[in-house]
Ligand binder design. Structure first.
Ligand code: SF4
Length: 458
């Protein structure tokens, strides 16, 4: 079993054929996996996390990074061997890799039975039935842009928290990114459909919703709407306590959205707003559509109009043509904006991106590594300083469970998405607890509960 396997497995139909589901990559994929689980369960399938009892192995895959694709290929290699002993085992690749590589995957791996693209999830049960009955091989990578989001509300990892897809695809063409190629054009779900799903989730005990989309803050713009309207409507939903949304594009932060974030008490005080670089020349080559100063201005407005908001970053170092000067501009941006969290990456060329074959990967690996190490050290220092300033403050924490690193402690998050650990009873999971911060490191805040937990999920 590897760490992408859903373990413990979802609850399916007892006695049905068993599916082992592996999920790689982002939150969007985790939610897609919930759609797959719901569809398979409705068709009578059960689930397992043990290779030896699986009738089918399905992988929901990611194409953003090389490493993730490597892991899928090496697992497909191992499954080739398993299939020689168990020819009835069905193997499927779903999601971004399927969309990007399609039939080429079937050619490369004779033991692979089907590939299903990011817009073809609704057909998963039918395709799996077909493959198991007829041993046919299936390629389905051209589903409708309007994906059915029909899900089983009860299939989700935690009672109190849920993801909700509000849009799919992306109309931007950032030159390092494979998403428009694998997930297609931007399509927003209608307001009423999103609200209906939110209602059903809240009725089932959800108190924290995370709205998902590749450029989630562009939701509704084709229809002349703003994500701010959706936040305002969700604010009225009794029982719902928190709303987050990921991932936002700086140029899509419109006024109604900023106003709504400032006004709505339920809106999370954390905004993942990737700058990617602090150099105008690099931003231009990345086709991000803004300059570093424009990004600074957006960050300034957000902090002024949404008291307490924290920003999160993604930054790529070593993009083609990045000079020392360009890199120093990125260092300055991080120093000035002071992100509460940052995902920092070394650039690696990816097939299917606009940069592939057109921009030379000309920054040497050792330079990329050194730049990444410097940015990481800087970001650690920024986080350490901020966390230290929080010692002595109190936070309402939604408990997510027992800490993986220290099983004697619980962990959860406050409204600004800070991870907070503290001693408590595992039965407090899914409750709100007030915690006073006593210690801090660059990565974590540790504290003690103050008062009794308040039940969150029903
Ligand atoms: S905005 Fe850019 S980075 Fe984000 S999904 Fe679209 S193309 Fe990719």
């Amino acid at each position: 079993m590897n760490d992408a396997v859903l373990s413990p497995p979802p609850v399916g139909q007892p006695g049905g054929p068993k599916v082992l589901l592996e999920v790689f990559g982002c939150q969007m994929n985790k939610l897609d996996a919930e759609l797959v689980v719901g569809a398979l369960k409705r068709s009578g399938y059960d689930f397992t996390d043990r290779d030896e009892e699986a009738d089918a192995v399905l992988m929901v895959t990611c194409s953003i990074r090389d490493q993730s694709e490597h892991r899928v290929h090496s697992h497909l290699g191992a499954l080739e061997v398993a299939k020689r002993q168990r020819p009835d085992l069905a193997v499927g690749v779903l999601g971004c890799m399927a969309s990007r590589e399609g039939e080429a995957l079937l050619r490369r791996w004779p033991g692979l039975d089907f590939v299903l693209g990011t817009r073809d999830f609704p057909t998963v049960a039918r395709v799996l039935d077909e493959v198991r009955a007829d041993r046919t091989r299936v390629v389905a990578v051209d589903g409708s842009p309007q994906v059915s989001e029909e899900r089983s509300i009860e299939v989700r990892p935690q009672r109190s928290r849920a993801f909700l897809t509000v849009m799919r695809g992306c109309d931007k063409r950032c030159t390092y990114c494979v998403v428009p190629n694998t997930r297609g054009v931007e399509v927003s779900r209608p307001m009423e459909e999103v609200l209906d799903e939110a209602h059903r989730l809240v009725d089932d005990g959800v108190v924290e919703l995370t709205l998902l989309g590749q450029t989630v803050n562009a939701w509704g713009r084709r229809e002349g709407r703003s994500l701010g309207e959706l936040l305002e409507r969700l604010e009225e939903l009794d029982g719902l306590r928190r709303v987050r949304f990921i991932t936002s594009h700086p140029e899509e932060m419109d006024d109604p959205l900023i106003d709504a974030m400032g006004r709505c008490r339920k809106a999370g005080l954390f905004l993942h707003l990737p700058p990617q670089s602090g150099s105008d020349a690099v931003l231009r080559r990345m086709a991000r559509g803004y300059t570093a100063d424009r990004y600074r201005e957006i960050a300034r407005v957000l902090k002024a109009r949404i008291p307490g908001v924290q920003l999160g970053a993604d930054v790529i170092v070593g993009f083609p043509g990045e000079t020392d000067e360009d890199f120093e501009a990125t260092v300055r941006l991080l120093e000035e904006v002071r992100f509460s969290q940052a995902f920092l990456f070394r650039y690696s060329p990816r097939p299917g991106t606009p940069a592939w074959g057109r921009m030379e990967d000309d920054v040497p690996e050792d330079v990329k590594r050194a730049r990444l190490a410097r940015l990481m050290a800087l970001q650690h220092a920024i986080q350490e300083e901020r966390h230290r300033s929080l010692v002595g403050t109190r936070h309402e924490v939604l408990v997510e469970g027992v800490s993986r690193r220290d099983s004697s402690r619980l962990f959860g998050r406050n409204l600004a998405f800070d991870r907070i650990v503290f001693e408590g009873d595992p039965a407090w999971t899914d409750s709100f607890v007030e915690v006073e911060i006593e210690e801090s490191t660059s990565l974590t805040l540790a504290g003690r509960p103050v008062g009794a937990p308040a039940a969150a999920a029903r």
